[in-house]
Design a protein. Structure first.
Length: 46
């Protein structure tokens, strides 16, 4: 179906995509924690 060069290029692309998606999910988790803490402080400090 694919030759070896095409398969290696696709796997490299997929690896880069998976890494960037993983880093984005980490950053999103950090941002969500930060915003949830900020919201908790704002709502409880009334």
């Amino acid at each position: 179906m694919f030759d070896v060069d095409t398969f290696e290029a696709i796997s490299e692309l997929f690896r880069c995509f998976a890494r960037s998606a993983w880093l984005m999910s980490l950053a999103f988790d950090d941002a969500a924690d930060f915003f949830s803490i900020g919201v908790d402080v704002q709502t409880s400090g009334g």
